[in-house]
Design a protein around this ligand. Sequence first.
Ligand SMILES: *[C@@H]1O[C@H](CO)[C@@H](O)[C@H](O)[C@H]1NC(C)=O
Ligand SMILES: *[C@@H]1O[C@H](CO)[C@@H](O)[C@H](O)[C@H]1NC(C)=O
Length: 718
Amino acid sequence: VFDVITDFVTTNISSRSAFAMVGGCCSFVVVPLLAFLVATGFVKVDITPLCFAAGKLLPTYVPQVDGKALVVPNREIRDFLKRTGLKGGAEAAGPLQGVYMFDQMGPMAWIDFSYATWNPSIEAADFSMDTVTAQSGVPAPEFGGIGPFIPGGYLLPVPEKGQYKVRFYCPAKMKDGDHCKVVESLFGQPYPNKDEVGLMLWHMTRYDGGRKYVRDTWLVPPWTTADDSYSKAHGKFHSYNLFVLMHANGTIDEEHFSRFMEKLDGLYVIKSTMQVLVCMSGDFVGPSLTSSFSKGAHIIDAMNAVGVDYATFGNHEFDYGYQSLVNRLQGFDDDAQAGDGNEEVDYPKSSATWLMTNMSEGKTGHPVGGPETKRCDITEVNGVRVGLIGLSEDYIETGREYAQKLKREGAEVVVALTHNRFDNDKKLTAEVPEIDLLLGGHDHFYKRADKKHRVVKSGEEWRWLTHTILHVGKKLEKMSVERYDVDSDVDCDPSIQELVDKYTRIRDNKFMKVICQIKAPFDATEECCRYQEGVMTNWICDAIAEDYSEKDGLQSADFAMIMGLHFAGKQVFPVGDFTLGSLMCVFPKPCQIVVLKLKGSDVIKSLERGCMSLPKECGSLHHTSAALTYKIKLGKGKAANEVTDVKVKGKAIQKDKLYEVAVTDTMAKGKFGYTWMAEAERIVDMESGMQVQDLVLMYLKRHPKQAAHAPLGRITIS
Ligand SMILES: *[C@@H]1O[C@H](CO)[C@@H](O)[C@H](O)[C@H]1NC(C)=O
Ligand SMILES: *[C@@H]1O[C@H](CO)[C@@H](O)[C@H](O)[C@H]1NC(C)=O
């Protein structure tokens, strides 16, 4: 499963930067005028009140969407803070933790120390000032953005343009009265060392159990020293407070929060115009253990909770057949089952818009996925018209055709969701310049391609997330791509955790059910399944063959041939209870059985091809039901392995006779080089073939009391 978040920012902030410089931090402008007088220590001046007053003079900029101002009541600020605070995802931030508001700083707003990275070897926390977000009006910065919530001023674009970063040299554990020295870096310059003086002299002192920091500034003439003596002898130039708004444990500090709200003083609050598009590039139905009964419905539930806006299909969407996929998108539960724990499961309809530009239903010609799937779509995100397509397989011609069509229809940028191999994604972006960003699935690794990052592959299993920001002026001007690793350090969202718990509970209830007893250990390791016969592989082949045997009067098969690589599980199941969960471990994916008519000579050819790589790992080794036995003579040196003594029910196989053979659908399609299987006549085809798991369960129903066992001796290797 691949998930990518993309959002779009319009970059028209330059006309406002002049205001912001004055309002946001007066020091940039006033410094040269006052520097000399103050630096000599003769004139004492604190420009903090001036900053505060100047900030209040700024007009309020109200973002408009569809000609209407986006305003919401102040009460939403608390939710906003809870949602966006402490989300920095940085390594342990050292002594500075929590979200702090600025006091007496005019329009500046808040600083979230979870964005600081703590480097214990130098006892310093680094912080990029463009994560300080403030002021209404300017499109929010990349990180959460209180900005649009604060009326009366503007976000300071200087930090972003000037790459303004600060470093806090702090004791690793701070008590009240301790202070950090603060140094700065602009335009990528290295930070001054702890004992050097930077552009200014800053100190930040802790009070009130860490709920308050006082930050003082001194100007620095050439004779300034970094120790405390200069700051003691000279007047402060600028001083303000930082009050905790949210503690490091995520609790809002009510006292300071209400002061913060008082500062807003009844002004209306402007809602963030930042919209995010959440996109997913396919493979949600399977394979997973939970899918074995939910048929992918649990992922639809999760996608809805995450708020996926656009998605396209992958190859695993067809694991349970096409109708099952349509059922999933519609929220029908025809084939998805609840657990045995009698828990009600209400499978939801997908809330995403599904895109498939280039695959159609055979009968109707509609895009795959049902009547609601779209070939392409245009949506407006933060004022930018974004065109989207979803491609797999025959991708270049159609990709070009639709990308051009979307641009003609007014899309300012075109995003392609694809389910292709990486090389094909690169080919597509190389040949179709109209695609501005490609978010790809299918490959299981995380990767980005080309300098402009037009291809982003966000890997597998929700392990990575990419946040892509497209800055669009007249055209796409800039793109920034940020990768997030979703590992155990990331806190689980409570609502998603609830979903995970629910489906795990249902699955565990279902899987705990004992389906039979086993008399000898079932070895499902690769060391067994891919090298030699085993009790479990033999037993499963017997179960398959019997299901298809004539005595049931349904279908028929003389024997089953199943390759080692079809058995997963990777463990040895001990004697005793064998559960549904264990069976699902062995076959976590759907594995369909079909029955072919194969000539004796083709059976021998299959067995020979299957054992080729022995004595090395041999995924294609054929396990058999009791009726088929054979010997493998390992070739000496470079000689090939030989298959001899192939017998059906104890009699030598007849080369010209046709046998009814149960194999997996992958084998029957001629994969792994079994071209003769692809051509063979079908007795049970894909339409009516059943899953191995179900065949085993049906076999057990016919033999309710019998312990599972199958003797060895079918494959002799010498
Ligand atoms: C969070 O931390 C603050 C300050 O340390 C403390 O007062 C508060 O009780 C804590 N809240 C929780 C829920 O632990
Ligand atoms: C998919 O692409 C092929 C080749 O470009 C084209 O023939 C076919 O009509 C396309 N299908 C759809 C649904 O666009």
